[in-house]
Design a protein around this ligand. Structure first.
Ligand code: FMN
Length: 159
């Protein structure tokens, strides 16, 4: 199996607060919803907690093809993962393996009903247009500064 989830993608997952999971139903109607509890499981798979995602779970049962995207909103770079997803339920023997990276993130207050295991077929970078349109004046630091202004956020001096 080729390594699709590289260390660069793993770092990006760790810096991204949310991912967006796109699925489709039996008529091809797309559905996309945010998930905060997600993690890289290994070089092939990303796991996503099903805490409150009945439509995604239903769609995955009828069509395994998915797209998962995430961006670091400050650096304004991320990835799009194209692949398939399966739902692993609590009753299944492999559940404890797949849920492990998600347990600390979810804590006790957010019970996980099942795990969506996203098996990556391909990964594509997502980059804010400024990096390509204005390469001489766009750096990760300038994008961070711009995002901080846009979101009205001040940096924690201790960070
Ligand atoms: C910031 C944020 C984080 C969320 N994180 C998760 C999550 O990790 N897992 C989950 O199942 N739902 C999560 N949700 C809730 C789902 O996105 C929401 O229930 C959505 O309507 C599910 O849609 P679906 O059934 O089409 O997947 C989150 C919502 C928000 C706004």
């Amino acid at each position: 199996m080729p390594e699709i989830i590289t260390s660069e993608i793993r770092d990006s997952v760790e810096r991204s607060v949310l991912c967006w999971l796109a699925t489709t139903d039996e008529n091809g109607q797309p559905n996309v919803s945010p998930k905060e509890v997600f993690a890289v499981a290994d070089s092939q798979n990303i796991v996503v907690a099903n805490i409150a995602s009945p439509r995604s779970a239903r769609n995955i049962r009828v069509n395994q093809k998915i797209c998962l995207s995430f961006v670091d909103v400050f650096v304004q770079k991320g990835f799009k993962i194209i692949g398939t997803a399966t739902e692993v339920k609590r009753s299944e023997p492999e559940y404890s393996h797949w849920v492990a990276p998600l347990l600390t993130m979810a804590g006790d207050r957010y019970p996980i009903h099942s795990v969506f295991v996203v098996s990556a077929i391909a990964a594509e970078p997502i980059v804010a247009p400024s990096y390509r349109l204005y390469p001489s004046e766009t750096t990760e630091e300038s994008q961070i500064q711009s995002a901080l202004r846009t979101y009205g956020v001040t940096r924690d001096k201790g960070a």
